[in-house]
Design a protein around this ligand. Structure first.
Ligand code: FES
Length: 186
């Protein structure tokens, strides 16, 4: 049975000057390997790292400020939870499907909240480039979304591939809203 632990951004140490902050399950730093990783305070320190790596995770998204992204390690891969700005949403919604190598509306990349309505401000995706698996950088690239520096793939503000060798959009993990402010990934 999968273990579940609630992740709250208040428990996460933010990297000064950056709007992208990260939560990693204990013992899993090698999956990302960035020198700038900020270690979180883990509410679940008593749980085994391998259990956490396989767990479903619950994330309190209410404290992710507009324009910020939370990175959470889930099943060995980073998951990006971005609180998009109005400009990012408008940009994502205005794209001509014919311009997309892997056509998908922005709405198709979201899931409804408890009231049945989409919450376009929250975009949840697997933070792994669909080319060869590097971790893309946020707020970067030609389309204001994510940029993979390994071979130059550009993703837009909906995580859709727009330019470069990646064959498809960033993946959307299985997740659901448990309430207006908590999502469960996995
Ligand atoms: S792994 Fe991202 S562009 Fe190659």
């Amino acid at each position: 049975m999968a273990e579940t632990g609630l992740i709250h951004p208040d428990d996460i140490v933010k990297d000064e000057g950056k709007r992208d902050f990260i939560f990693l399950a204990a013992g899993a730093a090698g999956a990302v390997g960035a020198a700038s990783i900020v270690w979180p305070l883990l509410a679940q320190m008593g749980k085994a790292a391998d259990t956490l790596a396989l767990a479903s995770i619950e994330i309190d998204i209410s404290k992710i400020a507009e324009g910020e992204q939370l990175r959470v390690l889930w099943r060995g891969a980073p998951v990006f939870v971005r609180h998009r700005t109005a400009a990012e949403i408008a940009e994502a919604e205005s794209v001509d499907m014919g311009a997309l190598p892997d056509p998908a509306t922005d709405a198709s990349r979201l899931i409804p909240g408890p009231d049945g309505a989409l919450k376009p401000q929250y975009l949840v995706q697997v933070g792994v480039c669909t080319h060869f698996g590097c971790v893309p950088v946020g707020e970067a690239g030609d389309y204001d979304g994510w940029y993979c520096p390994c071979h130059g793939s550009h993703y837009d503000t909906s995580g859709r591939i727009r330019k470069g060798p990646a064959p498809r959009n960033l993946d959307i993990p299985p997740y659901e809203y448990l309430s207006d402010t908590v999502i469960k990934v996995g």
